[in-house]
Design a protein around this ligand. Structure first.
Ligand SMILES: Nc1nc2c(ncn2[C@@H]2O[C@H](COP(=O)(O)OP(=O)(O)OP(=O)(O)O)[C@@H](O)[C@H]2O)c(=O)[nH]1
Ligand SMILES: [Mg+2]
Length: 296
């Protein structure tokens, strides 16, 4: 079954792609061998992250439009944190990207994070790698930047795009440090709002090499996603960065990041907190450091 699936995916069968993603998501028997049989792929992943409501989905919708115009095939994964609003978010994305759900060159899949608040989907690395075998020209992963997820997306995407909106002009400093550090490309969306130019200026100052880890210049693009303004420019900057990635050691950094996450997941697989609580209770007043020795 799995071999058949892989062949179909490689031939561009999106039903098989959707099915195999579900099988991997649910850890259906054989999925690990399936993953071990995935051929190498050089398809690049762009991660789009930023605070809730910044306009990420609207931006992705507009980016898809630009890519379709250039006759590209696009795979999109939207990761929504599980919350009472989750269903709303999924429906919202369906409306925002409705034009693309049935387009032959576009594949969109929404995933819920299943409780790991702020985290990415537990199988996102694997799902991204399955997507990479399907022959897309571009793969986009949208995640909400809350908590640790922004760091994780940086370890997953070849290019990380951070979407922010102009708030009171000079308060860039209050922006979450995590977001500042991972951006390869900054998008200042909702540039139709007052204060956008001042915000961009401040951002640029903060990103000046003296203040920032990176020596490479980080692009800042102003957009009005809802009007599709600035999208061409953004796409250009993303492609330019992807070109750069290929020639630096970032590629190996990424692979090491992914390997780290996968190993961590594997090692922790048989440990769960309910079980731990039971055992700790049995231990009573014993010594915790002796207790955890069997896990080392
Ligand atoms: N004024 C203005 N509104 C925008 C712009 N882009 C998006 N919006 C609106 O902002 C709201 C949120 O947009 P989304 O695309 O859902 O934002 P998001 O970041 O994907 O939101 P979550 O996925 O829920 O975190 C929607 O009502 C959009 O219509 C813009 O450039 N200008
Ligand atoms: Mg969204």
């Amino acid at each position: 079954m799995w071999q058949e699936l892989l062949k179909d995916i490689q031939q561009g069968n999106v039903k098989s792609l959707a099915r195999s993603i579900s099988l991997v998501e649910n850890e259906v028997e054989g999925y690990e061998l399936f993953l071990q049989g995935l051929p190498p792929s050089s398809t690049k992943i762009m991660g789009i992250t930023g605070p809730p409501g910044a306009g990420k989905s609207t931006l992705v919708d507009a980016l898809i439009g630009e890519m379709v115009l250039q006759h590209k095939k696009i795979g999109v994964v939207c990761v929504d944190p599980s919350s009472p609003f989750n269903l709303g978010a999924l429906l919202g994305d369906r409306i925002r990207m409705s034009e693309w759900y049935n387009h032959p060159d576009v594949f969109i899949r929404s995933l819920a994070t299943r409780g790991s608040l702020g985290g990415l989907h537990p199988k996102i690395i694997e799902i991204a790698d399955v997507m990479k075998t399907a022959g897309f020209d571009h793969i986009i992963i949208e995640t909400v930047g809350v908590g640790q997820s922004e760091i994780e997306i940086a370890g997953l995407a070849d290019t990380t795009v951070v979407v922010v909106v102009p708030e009171a002009g000079d308060e860039v400093q209050t922006m979450k440090a995590g977001l500042m550090e991972i951006a390869d490309v900054f998008v200042v969306n909702k540039a139709d709002r007052p204060g956008a130019d001042a915000f961009v200026k401040n951002l640029r100052m903060m990103l000046a090499p003296a203040f920032h880890r990176s020596t490479a210049e980080i692009a800042i693009v102003k957009t009005v996603a809802s009007q599709k303004e600035g999208i061409k420019e953004l796409f250009k900057k993303i492609l330019a960065h992807q070109q750069l990635v290929q020639t630096t050691d970032r590629k190996y950094w990424l692979l090491a990041e992914k390997a780290y996450h996968l190993i961590q997941q594997h090692r922790m697989a048989d440990i769960n907190k309910t079980e731990l609580k039971k055992q700790v209770q049995e231990m009573g007043d014993g010594n915790l450091y002796q207790f955890i020795r069997k896990y080392q």
